[in-house]
Write a protein that binds this ligand. Sequence first.
Ligand code: SAM
Length: 326
Amino acid sequence: MIFDNHNRPITYLRLAVTDRCNLRCFYCMPEEGIRYLPKHQLLTYEEMERLVRVLARLGVSKIRITGGEPFVRNGLMDFLWRLKATEGVDELHITTNGVLTQPLIPELVRMGIGSVNLSIDTLDRERFRLITRRDELPAVRGTLDALLAHDVPVKLNAVVMEGKNTEDIPLLAELTRHHPVDVRFIEEMPFNGEGSHYPVLNWNHRRILQELQTLYPDLKRQPDSPFSTSTTYQVPGYQGTIGIIAAFTRTFCGTCNRIRLTAQGTLKTCLYDNGVLDVRALLRSGADDAELTAAFLKAFAHRPKNGFEAEHQRGPVTESMSTIGG
Ligand code: SAM
């Protein structure tokens, strides 16, 4: 296992397979004028497989596929099967908006997918349309129902935003009454693709917790899984759990075990850094596995201590979460 310069193990890769998305969530990307990467700038599946093999040899055993929306990239399922069979990859997970996912769930189950994170900021169709600029809630609900019917471990991710979906906090939390889901409320971050404005964080992790405690005075703190970014709670007697992710306040950097590869092959060792290694350039210049390994190790030995240090080193963020791989 490899440890970084702050003695944190690096065991978890979030791999963005595309920067394209079939939704236009206002907090993630502008409505129009998005410049998607031309295909030749994306890592190919073969390149990604090779990088995963190299990283798995270094001790990265958990992979999360993300994007953009992973299921908009052709050939994803074949790629997932190959990743699942890669030596050293113990866990394969996926983060999706659920628009195209439902018909693929039986195959994901056969493959042995570890869990699915489904992004769903609201249970109200009109609010969904306003937030995502698309009328796709029925498809997303279909995916949720199918995941539950197939007993796939599910985490539901909801970004909490003043004036947009705070009515949904109780509605989403109530899903944990009868379903073994983990509903996670996330602080909004500045990765909106516009660069020009930072969100005013009206709903930080403390306020979200206060709201939950008002709704559920007997809300109980639960143990968090190791390296979790989420602080976990449960309403006694409910089947699922409720998590709060302080994504903007950044309370969890001390145990961060994750790295990211963007769809164009940039390595990020912190969500808030500006990309620390152009892995695609290395690959395409003919680097062998030993050279790739050396470059990864060097990057891991220079990780910022936390998201504030990373942000300080780069200046204000300008990119969209969909290009980073959320
Ligand atoms: N398309 C997939 C999905 O919707 O889950 C994967 C990519 S998406 C960028 C991953 C997650 O990032 C989603 O849960 C989304 O809500 C979250 N996200 C995007 N922009 C964000 C922002 N500015 N602040 C907080 N979370 C954000």
